[in-house]
Design a binder for this molecule. Structure first.
Ligand code: GUN
Length: 307
C-alpha cells in the first residue's frame, strides 16, 4: 500500500457513518407514521445572534426535516430574561407534539441568565441534549436515559473500531458538561480505564503517550501534537476551532489535534471537519426518536439500533 492509502485508511469517516444513521432514522420515522400516525418533533431555542450557533441550529433544523421530523425554531433576543426563556420551555414541555427540546449553548456572554436553571427547566423526558441534572445523574449511575449527542457519536465511532474496549486506557482532555464528563461516564460503562485531563493536569504529554484512546475536547486549535500520541492509538477530535487562513479571508476549521502529524502515528483518527461534527446531529435525531417512542409507550426501535 502507498503511504497515501495507508494514511487514508486511518481516517474515521463520521460524515459517512452519520449518513447511514440518518437514513435509518428516516426509515423508522416512516414506519412510526404508518403504524401510529405520528411524527417525532424537535424544538430548538436559540438566544442571541452568535453566527456560529445560528449555523449549528440551521443544520439541526435542516437535518430534522430531511429525516422526516417536525422541527421548530425559537429565536430569542440576547437580552431575554431567564423567566421568559423558562416560560418558552414550559410551553414546549406541555406541547404534546414536541418530543425533544434543545437550548443551543453557550448562552450569550452578556446574558445574566443561569444556563443551569434554563437547562433544568426542560422536562427530562424531552431533554434530547441529555444535559438536565436528571439525565446527567442517570448517565453517571449507569441507568438508561437521554444522553448528550456529541459523546454518543464518539462512542459509536470508537466501538466500531475496537469491539472490546474493556481495559483500554482512555484519556479525555476537557471536563465540560457537554462533552468531557459525559464521555468519561460512557467510556467507563464500556469498562475503559478513564483519565480526565484538564487545564490543571500535570504532565499531560505523558498522559497522552499512555493512552490507547484520546478524546480531545478542549477547544484549543491543534493542541495535541503528533509526538504526544501512542502508536496504534485511536484519536477522537471533538474540537471545532475557526482560525485565520493565510491567503484566504475565509476562516478555516481545525480540531484540537494536530491532524497532519497525529495521523502518521495513530491507528485511526477523526478528521475536522467530517468526523465527530456530523455524528452530533445524527445522535441528536436518534435521541429525539427515542424520546418520542418512550413518551408514547411505543417499543423503541432505538433499542435495536444496529446499522
Ligand atoms: N453547542 C455546541 N454543541 C452543543 C450541543 O450538543 N448542544 C447544545 N445545546 N449546544 C451546543
Amino acid at each position: 500500500m502507498s503511504t497515501d492509502s495507508i494514511l487514508r485508511s486511518k481516517i474515521i469517516d463520521g460524515k459517512k457513518r452519520s449518513l447511514t444513521i440518518r437514513e435509518w432514522i428516516k426509515s423508522e420515522i416512516l414506519k412510526l407514521k404508518e403504524s401510529y400516525n405520528f411524527i417525532p418533533g424537535l424544538a430548538v431555542i436559540i438566544v442571541g445572534d452568535d453566527p456560529a450557533s445560528h449555523i449549528y441550529v440551521k443544520n439541526k433544523e435542516k437535518q430534522s426535516i430531511e429525516s422526516g421530523m417536525n422541527s421548530w425554531k425559537y429565536i430569542l433576543p440576547s437580552d431575554v430574561s431567564e423567566k421568559e426563556i423558562i416560560e418558552q420551555i414550559n410551553k414546549l414541555n406541555e406541547d404534546s407534539m414536541v418530543d425533544g427540546i434543545l437550548v443551543q449553548l453557550p448562552l450569550p456572554k452578556t446574558s445574566s441568565v443561569s444556563e443551569r436553571n434554563v437547562i433544568n427547566a426542560i422536562s427530562p423526558e424531552k431533554d434530547v441534549d441529555g444535559l438536565t441534572i436528571i439525565n446527567s445523574g442517570k448517565l453517571a449511575c449507569g441507568e438508561d436515559g437521554l444522553f448528550p449527542a456529541t459523546p454518543s457519536g464518539c462512542i459509536i465511532l470508537i466501538k466500531e473500531l475496537s469491539l472490546n474496549l474493556a481495559g483500554k486506557k482512555a484519556l479525555v482532555i476537557g471536563r465540560s458538561n457537554l462533552v468531557g464528563k459525559p464521555i468519561a461516564s460512557m467510556l467507563l460503562k464500556e469498562n475503559c480505564t478513564v483519565t480526565i485531563a484538564h487545564s490543571k493536569t500535570k504532565n499531560l504529554i505523558q498522559e497522552c503517550k499512555n493512552a490507547d484512546i484520546i478524546i480531545a475536547a478542549i477547544g484549543i486549535p491543534n493542541f495535541v501534537k503528533g509526538d504526544w500520541v501512542k502508536k496504534d492509538s485511536i484519536i477522537i477530535d471533538v474540537g471545532i476551532n475557526r482560525i485565520d487562513n493565510l491567503d484566504n479571508p475565509k476562516k478555516r476549521i481545525v480540531g484540537d489535534v494536530d491532524y497532519e502529524e497525529a495521523i502518521k502515528v495513530c491507528k485511526a483518527i477523526t478528521p475536522v471537519p467530517g468526523g465527530v461534527g456530523p455524528m452530533t446531529i445524527a445522535c441528536l435525531l436518534l435521541n429525539t426518536l427515542k424520546a418520542s417512542c418512550i413518551r408514547r409507550n411505543i417499543e423503541s426501535p432505538i433499542y435495536n439500533f444496529t446499522v
